[in-house]
Design a protein around this ligand. Sequence first.
Ligand code: PGA
Length: 261
Amino acid sequence: MTAQNKKLIVGNWKMNLNMHEASLFLHKLSGLTKPHRTVDVVLAPTMLTLQSLSLQVNYRQFKLAAQNIYWRDQGAFTGEVSARQLSGVVQYAIIGHSERRHIFHESDKDTRNKVQAAIRNNISPILCVGETAAERAMNETNDILHDQLVGGLANITSEELSQIAIAYEPVWAIGTGNNATPHDVTQAEKAIRSQIRHLYGKTAAETVRVLYGGSVTKDSAAEYLAIPGIDGLLIGGASLDAQGFSDIIEKAHKTASAVAK
Ligand code: PGA
């Protein structure tokens, strides 16, 4: 087992759970989850709870992620939290989530600045990319993936790329129950790796971690984890069910161990 064939399972709690609820949920989840060297499990609670959870969490079991960061290190940016301020509290940051892009109108330029800010502050970016239903209907998926990857990764070196995971999250599949088929995911994963090959060469294309996210449940997780080239999952709704989420972690462990044999 090398770091590269580990699975990465990310639970995005979105704007759910207050401080007390988050602490209880983490307590429950740690009781249900065995730490495995084969799987990195990352929890992304709301910004408010990160500091207290960072004192409660067992790092061999879970790492923490911010759901968003601001890219300037400090200054007059009312309401924002910078990667620099989060450094030491989180190990990962979700960047360019479709809810950020579509509800808060984040551009590729914003995501690029945030990817760079995360790297600069020793935080591993999980860069989300994916097309909307309308873009898919117009056959624009590969163009969107191209633009979001080129836009988000500008000025990133191949060494820095090794710290980044790319999450394919088709917008039409997020929180909708309309999950993508393994065929859709495979097509997108290939398009992502081919774009990375174009930008960074063959080795980077083979080793960059590519995740799938969008209405993954404990029942559908194994099917996605079995896709060659899919290194993990970004899970929203189903990550708020402690038993279901720990089942998904066990499935990731089984898949990773089977591949390592
Ligand atoms: P979902 O969310 O699993 O609830 O579709 C995925 C995500 O937003 O990352």
